[in-house]
Ligand binder design. Structure first.
Ligand SMILES: NC(=O)c1ccc[n+]([C@@H]2O[C@H](COP(=O)([O-])OP(=O)(O)OC[C@H]3O[C@@H](n4cnc5c(N)ncnc54)[C@H](O)[C@@H]3O)[C@@H](O)[C@H]2O)c1
Length: 438
């Protein structure tokens, strides 16, 4: 151990998990946590539960679990609250989502039924395919934010919570670009009071969280917390934030495959990705405006990994298309096809086909758990603003405006683990390794 361990407050007491949207991902996450607590399943896919970090030299053979390197909250410490535009409790919502089988849900029915969503801040202009009735009323967006603040404070008091984390697992909102109203906290507050149309519902939740010093993660591709006004508020209130858009399914595969092709300097002439999916997320994404938000998020990945400006001969002119088709019979079990046209020695073409039969929410649930626990860790460690080390979990990682995002999964993992080593007061690993041989 060479560096000084940074000061991290202990994870004492209970922690509130504020889930915005009680749909497929949220309920698969909650049901999973309750099932794992009862020994009915394993937290597969979660770094905080199963991951390790190698420490020191390879000859030392020190490979502890992540939770032994940094102080993480336990699953028993989590207390859930949710908001949704529909009244269904978590048991009914999980049943409707059809991700987990009825026999498993039966085992955690009592815990799920106890989670009843609070009324949502929602405006159908931002998610046009949904028409919920379980909604808050308020004259202005500012009023709605204050209602959320009161509700969250009350929840904290009732449940005797030490701290909280908020995570957006709500539907994908329509595409919104950064505008003047997003540029400073004063402008955003004024905009909320004037019901500015560039402030969608997700920003109202983010505002309430940051006002209360609660870390915020964004699992969807909406801008939400990724605007200068929220960077300022996060800084002022000492809050960590991260986003956007959980990296699951097809994009996960893309960020595994593309770095491999680039590592071997194999060229790319085209990458066609198509999906069929039949859950509510698929229905929302059937709306061109919501799809546009998602498309932006999915498309940027290859550009950043392959660096066409650095390798114009290999990646200067590839065709990239992403399609999502709503197909109800498939429910949450998305099927994705990728056709990848690559180019080798002397320009000879080759093809790779990927057919991924995945389960969207099964892939997303462990990410929710990790993000909740890591954001709480970041807060206790005094880490403020954008948490780039959590890029590993996102399709469109947030960064400072002057930085480009890192999409390569292996680099993201290295960054995440080096951050954990830093927090644990351990030496960074450079993979140079010459000293073993000299
Ligand atoms: N499942 C994945 O693998 C994955 C991957 C990346 C991103 N995402 C994103 O995560 C989000 C959740 O996915 P899901 O499959 O659970 O979708 P879902 O449709 O099952 O659940 C979303 C829930 O959010 C609710 N909602 C919408 N607007 C709301 C608001 N303003 N306030 C409160 N609740 C609101 C909806 O009523 C719905 O119950 C989506 O935006 C999706 O695009 C999911």
């Amino acid at each position: 151990m060479s560096e000084k361990r940074i000061k991290i407050a202990a994870p004492t007491g209970k922690m509130g998990v504020l889930l915005i949207g009680l749909g497929a991902v949220s309920t698969t996450f909650i049901a999973g946590v309750e099932a794992i607590k009862k020994g009915l399943g394993k937290p597969i896919g979660s770094l905080t539960q199963m991951g390790t970090v190698r420490l020191g030299k390879r000859t030392e053979k020190r490979i502890p679990k992540i939770a032994e390197v940094v102080p993480l909250a336990g699953m028993d410490d989590l207390v859930f609250a949710a908001w949704d535009i529909f009244e269904d409790d978590a048991y009914a919502a999980a049943t409707n989502s059809g991700v987990l089988e009825a026999s498993l849900l039966q085992e955690v029915k009592t815990e799920l039924e106890a989670i009843r969503p609070r009324k949502a801040v929602f405006d159908p202009r931002y998610v046009t395919r949904l028409h919920g009735t379980h909604l808050k009323k308020g004259k202005t967006k500012w009023d709605l934010a204050q209602q959320l603040v009161d509700e969250i404070q009350q929840f904290q008091k009732e449940k005797h919570l030490d701290r909280m984390v908020m995570i957006w697992c709500g539907s994908t909102e329509v595409f919104i670009e950064r505008k003047e109203v997003h540029q400073s906290i004063e402008k955003l507050e004024a905009g909320m009071k004037n019901n500015d149309e560039n402030i969608p519902s997700s920003m109202i939740y983010a505002f309430a969280a940051l006002q209360l010093g609660i870390p915020f993660a964004n699992g969807a591709p909406n801008l939400t917390v990724d605007i200068p006004a929220f960077s300022q508020l996060a800084e002022a209130n000492q809050v960590p934030v991260c986003g956007k858009d959980f990296k699951t399914g097809q994009t996960l595969m893309k960020t595994i495959l593309a770095p491999g092709l680039k590592a071997r300097l194999l060229g790319l002439s085209g990458w066609f990705s198509t999906n069929i999916l039949g859950n509510r997320d698929g229905e929302v994404l059937d709306d061109p405006e919501s799809f546009k938000t998602k498309e932006e998020s999915k498309l940027s990945v290859l550009e950043h990994i392959l660096q066409p400006d650095v390798y114009p001969e290999l990646y200067g002119n590839f065709y990239h298309k992403v399609r999502i088709n709503y197909y109800p019979p498939r429910k949450d079990n998305k099927e994705g096809w990728d056709n990848i046209d690559i180019v080798g020695w002397l320009g000879y073409p080759m093809q790779i086909k990927v057919n991924f039969l995945c389960r969207d929410s099964i892939l997303a649930a462990p990410l929710v758990l990790d993000l909740v626990l890591f954001l709480d860790l970041a807060k206790r460690a005094g880490m403020v603003g954008i948490q780039e080390w959590l890029s590993f979990y996102f399709k469109s990682p947030m960064t400072l405006p002057e930085l480009y995002p890192e999409h390569d999964l292996t680099i993201q993992l290295m960054k995440l683990k080096n951050t954990l080593r830093y927090m644990g007061g351990e030496e960074q690993i450079t993979h140079l390794g010459l000293d073993y041989y000299q």
